[in-house]
Design a protein around this ligand. Structure first.
Ligand SMILES: Cc1cc2nc3c(=O)[nH]c(=O)nc-3n(C[C@H](O)[C@H](O)[C@H](O)COP(=O)(O)OP(=O)(O)OC[C@H]3O[C@@H](n4cnc5c(N)ncnc54)[C@H](O)[C@@H]3O)c2cc1C
Length: 486
């Protein structure tokens, strides 16, 4: 292809039209630049279709309206504290500085906040100040209730305006397969659509292709110590941008910071998939539900206080278990739990149906049968339950100090649910400098190549921990920032 032909030559190419890519393309097109957005999916939006959309920011207008005093500095300091200084400080500094402007921008665009927000969220190690914002709404007639759609709703009209203005060209069903580089400068991308290879050129290229939590082979390569990938990430999160950038010398970092979310149920064994929106058990924190069940590992023994409120402590305990999996063991009384279902999205009827399938949940008339069906050791499991029941009788849990000891596991039928620590996001990503330029192994920028969003890895903004809202907010902010400045 001819680089001087205006039809394939642009001011900016944005690869991936998801959370970061949409903001980038919109802001750049609004400035009058000629933008090409290349998207491998048949729709735009990426993980906005799936994300819980919890956005964290310190110093927003919304916080001020609610009398909450906060600042980017507070936010930065808390991230560094929660993550024990494991993220990239320069990236966190930029993310926290931009975050309130991003939330204010969404607000000015008519973003509808969930009335209670910003608030403190306890699913991850909580911030001390209410700074987690998300969207209100009930979408698609109540069938979808993901706060990511509320973000998409305010971006879509802008996107359409940019397309109508002629500044934004969008190619759906086009998969970027490689980056074109001469000397140390990136000049274009190669994309594939229906087996036809096409080449496009631009002054600058921004990679916003997301993470790799739906690519088991790549996950294994960069996280060799982690067990099999069980994922609830979007199907498009296959690390394409990372793989293409590494092929031209970009530096990858942070695979060792891998962390995962608790309670994933693999309803089809060995599928490697779980569903954040429909099948996870409430083991992430005990703040909103007191556990009636116990957790046992592959040795059929308990390994933690099931009522431990700190998500970090819970995650660490689970991560020490083989295959990062464990079984929730309970009886009939716990199934009919006034404190809420163990699996929030499942009715009791659904739980019983799944128990009949005997793939991830089992229901039996005896502990022995439960052990046989799950593969747990009967004698050890019987002893584990008996010791726990004694702890309930004595009001003292010598083993783990559990203080919520109200319900013995004693009334048949008995149940077991197998849960995994699973991935919504990936922690490794492309190394960038404070300008979000992709750098090589010597930390030198690869000219004209930038990256934003989960392609940077959760480790860059959240380190080894889960710092609430520190993926979607930086994705939106960094995309917007590059669109405004390149
Ligand atoms: C269930 C779930 C809940 C979450 N909840 C939260 C939360 O509450 N708070 C938070 O901070 N984060 C959360 N996250 C993470 C956060 O939503 C994502 O990290 C963020 O949306 C990623 O944005 P992105 O722009 O980097 O990638 P995406 O939004 O995934 O966009 C990437 C786009 O690139 C396209 N693409 C990929 N490869 C190519 C290619 N080769 N060529 C062309 N296009 C390509 C994809 O199709 C996609 O459209 C959650 C994630 C999940 C899955």
């Amino acid at each position: 292809m001819n680089p001087t032909n205006p039809q394939n030559n642009f001011d900016l190419i944005v690869v991936g039209a998801g959370s970061a890519g949409m903001c980038c393309a919109i802001r750049a097109a609004q400035r009058g630049l000629r933008i090409l957005a290349i998207e491998k999916d048949s729709i735009i939006g990426g993980t906005l279709h799936l994300t819980a959309g919890h956005m964290s920011a310190g110093g927003t207008k919304r916080q001020a309206e609610k009398g909450i005093i906060d600042s980017p500095e507070n936010h930065y300091n808390e991230i560094m504290e929660i993550s024990e200084n494991t993220p990239d400080p320069a990236v966190v500094r930029l993310a926290t500085q931009l975050a309130p402007h991003t939330i204010d921008w969404l607000q000015d665009l008519g973003f509808e906040f969930e009335p209670a927000t910003p608030t403190i969220i306890y699913g991850h190690a909580p911030y001390k100040i209410p700074r987690t914002h998300w969207g209100a709404g009930d979408y698609a007639g109540g069938k979808i209730k993901t706060a990511g759609i509320s973000i998409l709703k305010v971006l879509l009209p802008l996107w359409e305006e940019c397309v109508a203005s002629g500044n934004l060209t969008v190619l759906l069903n086009h998969k970027m397969v490689s980056l074109l580089k001469t000397s140390n400068t990136v000049i274009g991308v190669e994309a594939e659509s229906e087996d036809i290879q096409k080449t496009f050129f631009a002054k600058n290229i921004v990679l916003t292709t997301g993470g790799y939590a739906s690519n088991p082979e790549f996950f294994k390569e960069v996280t060799p110590d982690a067990p099999r990938l069980i994922s609830s990430a979007r199907h498009t999160s296959t690390g394409d941008g990372i793989i293409a950038a590494r092929a031209i010398g970009a530096k990858f970092r942070g695979g060792n910071l891998h962390n995962s979310t608790l309670g994933g149920i693999e309803t089809e064994p060995n599928s490697g998939r779980t569903d954040f929106w429909s099948s996870w058990a409430r083991v992430s924190n005990s703040v909103d539900r007191k556990p009636r069940e116990i957790y046992v590992n592959e040795q059929s023994v308990r390994f933690m206080d099931e009522n431990e409120p700190n998500p970090d402590v819970r995650e660490k305990a689970v991560h020490q278990q083989p295959a990062r999996r464990f079984w929730l063991i309970f009886d009939e009384k716990a199934l009919n739990d006034e404190g809420g279902n163990i699996i929030p999205q499942w009715t009791i009827e659904r739980t019983l149906e799944e128990a009949q399938r005997e793939k991830a949940i089992w229901k039996t008339d005896s502990i022995e049968e439960l052990a046989n069906k799950t593969g747990l050791d009967f004698e050890v499991l019987k002893q584990t339950i008996s010791t726990y029941n004694q702890a309930v009788d004595n009001h003292v849990d010598d083993a783990f100090g559990r203080t919520y000891l109200k319900h013995k596991i004693s009334e048949a039928p008995f149940y077991a649910i197998l849960t995994y620590a699973y991935s919504l996001i990936s922690f490794g990503g492309l190394a960038v400098n404070e300008n979000l330029e992709v750098v090589d192994e010597q930390n030198q920028p690869i000219k004209n190549l930038y990256a934003a969003g989960e392609i940077l890895g959760a480790g860059a903004t959240s380190g080894r921990a889960f710092c609430g809202g520190m993926l979607i907010t930086p994705a939106l902010s960094f995309g917007k920032y590059l669109g405004e400045t390149l």
